[in-house]
Write a new protein. Structure first.
Length: 355
């Protein structure tokens, strides 16, 4: 019965809107009845389309999350891609890297099955991201000794590698050109210079921003779908970021030199919020991007490793810590999760970009 209704509703949408195209491999679920106004959800990339029969429904997705409230005058809202999402279900997966043998372990949030891959060495820097634009995080590392990147494709577990950077650089991969793919990037502390290899075809961008001693914290602070060049300066607890939307920069004092930068979309507005984790007290501090106000809360203890991510898939960053093989996750919609995964000496993958 559900299948017959699905076909009928799709037919009605097609006739009245001129066509609604589903992404290949995606799952289309009709979440409203025709009488209630119609609507559908396309998950795969992930595209969420909420539409009323008789209105125009259109949208594209390049691997990431894309919300479309359809109508002749309805705006579309773009949200950041879920970080560390190896199975593509829109939720951060609990995952670790084991330096002793260069293995990656992750627990798929979609079905609670785990995967193990050997990729990299203990001396490599973790660089996971959606390098291929399929909506899933790819295992990846940057080798400091040679400045070489190694990426294992999530589609078929094949890999590719390429040189970009030099010994002494700090890897800072992110989606700088907004094409849905992670771009290779390095920050050269000695010169305060960024080198970004844009996957969209724009070539290499070289920008002076920062100074020796700064820590790169690139993210989408202005909500335009592109990562912004950004640094945390431990010497005075200041954050500096260069807005990709207009080229202007912003400076905020937030935190102290011993804090761990844990920027993320903590409020779910599509913009990255400045945030820090204070190891000495296990306290998180978040500055809201909406109005510059802040909030704080305790979660964890001294010695814990911060591993923030969106573990419940609601579009908000969740606090999480890794403690000698035990995970503690404060999910914003599903409560606290405590689970064993990994062992002492492992590194939680969602900690990969926490300097």
């Amino acid at each position: 019965m559900k299948s017959r209704n699905l076909v009928l509703i799709i037919a009605i949408i097609f006739l009245q809107t001129g066509g609604l195209t589903a992404q290949t491999g995606g799952e289309l679920t009709v979440s409203k009845s025709v009488a209630a106004g119609g609507g559908g959800m396309l998950r795969g990339g992930e595209l969420l389309a909420v539409t009323t029969i008789g209105q125009t429904a259109a949208g594209t997705v390049a691997g990431g999350r894309f919300d479309l409230a359809a109508g002749f005058h309805a705006p579309a809202q773009t949200r950041s891609k879920t970080p560390f999402d190896f199975d593509g279900d829109g939720r951060t997966d609990i995952s670790i890297f084991r330096p002793s043998n260069g293995s990656w372990w992750y627990s798929r949030s979609s079905d609670n099955q785990f995967r193990v891959y050997n990729f990299g060495t203990a001396a490599d820097s973790l660089a996971p991201g959606d390098w291929t634009g399929d909506g899933k995080t790819d295992i990846a590392v940057w080798r400091p000794a040679t400045g070489t990147w190694f990426v294992q494709r999530s589609e078929d577990n094949s890999f590719f590698s390429f040189p970009f950077g030099a010994p002494g650089d700090t890897p800072a991969p992110a989606d700088y050109d907004g094409d849905g793919k992670t771009d290779a990037a390095v920050f050269r502390p000695a010169a305060g210079t960024w080198y970004v290899l844009n996957s969209g075809g724009a070539g290499t961008a070289i920008t002076s921003f920062g100074a020796a001693g700064d820590k790169p914290v690139p993210a989408d602070y202005d909500g335009d779908g592109k990562a912004d060049l950004a640094i945390f300066r431990p010497s005075d607890g200041s954050w500096w970021y260069l807005r990709s939307s207009d080229g202007a920069f912003r400076v905020y004092r937030f935190g102290v030199g011993t804090d761990k930068p844990v920027a993320g979309d903590w409020t779910g507005d599509g913009k990255t919020d400045i945030a820090v984790f204070r190891p000495s007290t296990g306290t998180w501090f978040v500055q809201r991007s909406e109005d510059g106000s802040f909030f704080s809360f305790p979660f964890g203890q001294n010695g814990d490793i911060p591993a923030p991510g969106d573990y419940d898939g609601d579009g908000r960053t969740d606090a999480a810590v890794f403690r000698s093989g035990v995970w503690f996750v404060s999910r914003s919609t599903a409560g606290t999760l405590i689970t064993d995964f990994g062992a002492a000496g492992d590194r939680p993958v969602p900690n990969a970009f926490v300097p």
